[in-house]
Design a binder for this molecule. Structure first.
Ligand SMILES: *Cc1c(COP(=O)(O)O)cnc(C)c1O
Ligand code: SF4
Length: 426
């Protein structure tokens, strides 16, 4: 059995008078979030230039670090990943020319306040813009870390009304901010109502709390959640250093309550953009019962260009995972399309070429192989007899490229094409 290290906080003088009971109480953690240079300095020594930079950053951005996560920082190494994820650096004040305020159009694709309805059958519900910790690489910087507020009760009700009225919505993803900063009662208010809607099949919660404030995953929280199954939780580990005994215990509590756990990492320059490190991370995630779900290309949000790396780096990481290790450990690498196109998976090309008869493929070792296609499976014959899922026995995609495949559409075209302007209108 692997041994997990607990965060060593007792030898930090600033926490000398803190009792175990206080430390393990998330309310104490929240009350003692580190927001200023003077306090941070008592936990990790800061050099003069670091302090000067921080002072500049704090004029524009909040810093908030849970004592737990602060204690996990390396005391000497400024490039400690936990430190880079928590302590503002001067580059945050730089806006790159490719930066965008709302790169994913989450506010544009929003029928009611707090809710993004982008995909046909699922919605994103942003219930708060508060987090237990402000991550420096946050994609929702436009919302998080300025004016701290939860989505108002009236807006929660409106969002739930929208979901109730739209029968196509079968999956609700509760995110923020971090939904786990809500009280058990506030969270239950939302989940309970969602569960009462017949067409809502699954409820998902996106949270970084198991990573930055594992104390929040209490028995009462998981006992509440498990009343509303099927509940899925996606968390956000970026680096193996974040996998402590406390984080392991938090994930175990959730998993023991029957909640399936997934992980979404962001690919971050100088922090986790290494195939070996990512492999270590996905292995360690599986050991704490968390299934790697996505690796995100870092979004084009304002002031985080120093965290971005190339799409090529993500591809290289995927090339080093698939086949090399358990399929369960392999997440999907996605670029969340600027302008609201949603998540686009990117992976190495395994299909080399194809004829009517054969597909030529390569595996992770570089072995090239052929798959012989069945002769009879033409489009007309290739449908399931009396299919239980198709209406009138016919497969009809709702939208998108799938309509090209079934022949409903011939092309998908941009609404504005230069050559269209040349068409004569008579
Ligand atoms: C990521 C996301 C979802 C969920 O996407 P999955 O691929 O189903 O996990 C839903 N809505 C929005 C707006 C999202 O960004
Ligand atoms: S927990 Fe998520 S939403 Fe909150 S600051 Fe971190 S990345 Fe942003």
């Amino acid at each position: 059995m692997k041994e997990y290290k607990k965060v060593e906080w007792k030898n930090i003088p600033h926490f000398a008078n803190v009792t175990d009971e206080q430390w393990n109480d998330y309310k104490w953690q929240l009350k003692n979030v580190v927001r200023d240079i003077e306090t941070l300095e008592k936990i990790v020594p800061l050099e003069d230039d670091e302090k000067a930079d921080l002072r500049n950053c704090l004029e524009k951005f909040h810093m908030s670090i849970t004592p737990y996560y602060a204690a996990l920082m390396d005391k000497k190494d400024r490039r400690c990943p936990v430190r880079m994820l928590a302590v503002p650096r001067i580059m945050e004040l730089h806006n790159d020319k490719s930066d965008l305020d709302d790169p994913l159009h989450e506010d544009v694709d929003s029928p009611v306040h707090g809710l993004t309805h982008r995909y046909p059958d699922r919605v994103l519900l942003l219930v708060t813009n508060i987090c237990s910790m402000n991550c420096r690489h946050c994609t929702r910087r436009r919302l998080v870390g300025f004016e701290d507020q939860h989505l108002s009760r009236a807006n929660v009700d409106k969002a739930i009304e929208y979901i109730r009225a739209n029968k196509v919505i079968r999956d609700v993803l509760i995110s923020g901010g971090d939904p786990m900063v809500l009280s058990d009662d506030q969270l239950e208010y939302i989940i309970k109502q969602l569960r009462e809607i017949e067409h809502v099949e699954i409820i998902r919660i996106g949270t970084r709390t198991p990573v930055v404030m594992p104390q929040r995953i209490t028995d009462s929280l998981v006992n509440m959640l498990k009343k509303y199954h099927p509940i899925y939780v996606n968390t956000h580990f970026n680096h193996p250093k974040e996998i402590t005994d406390e984080a392991r215990a938090a994930c175990a509590k959730l998993a023991d309550a029957g909640i399936s756990l997934g992980n979404q990492s962001v690919l971050l320059r100088d922090l986790n953009d290494c195939p070996n490190l990512m492999k270590k991370l996905v292995h360690e995630l599986l050991m704490i019962r968390v299934r790697p779900y996505y690796i995100y290309q870092c979004d084009l949000s304002l002031g985080i260009s120093h965290f971005r790396t190339t799409v090529a780096k993500g591809l290289e990481i995927m090339e080093n995972l698939r086949g090399h290790t358990s399929g369960l450990a392999v997440p999907t690498f996605v670029v969340d399309a600027p302008g609201g196109g949603g998540k686009i998976p990117v992976m190495p090309n395994y299909l080399i070429t194809m004829s009517d008869e054969r597909a030529v493929l390569r595996n992770y070792e570089g072995v090239i192989t052929t798959y012989s296609m069945p002769k009879s499976a033409t489009a007309a014959e290739g449908t399931v007899h009396n299919c239980v899922a198709c209406e009138e026995g016919k497969y009809k995609p709702l939208d998108g490229v799938a309509k090209l495949l079934n022949g409903e559409r011939l092309t998908i075209q941009p609404s504005e094409l230069v050559r269209h302007a040349r068409h004569h209108n008579d």
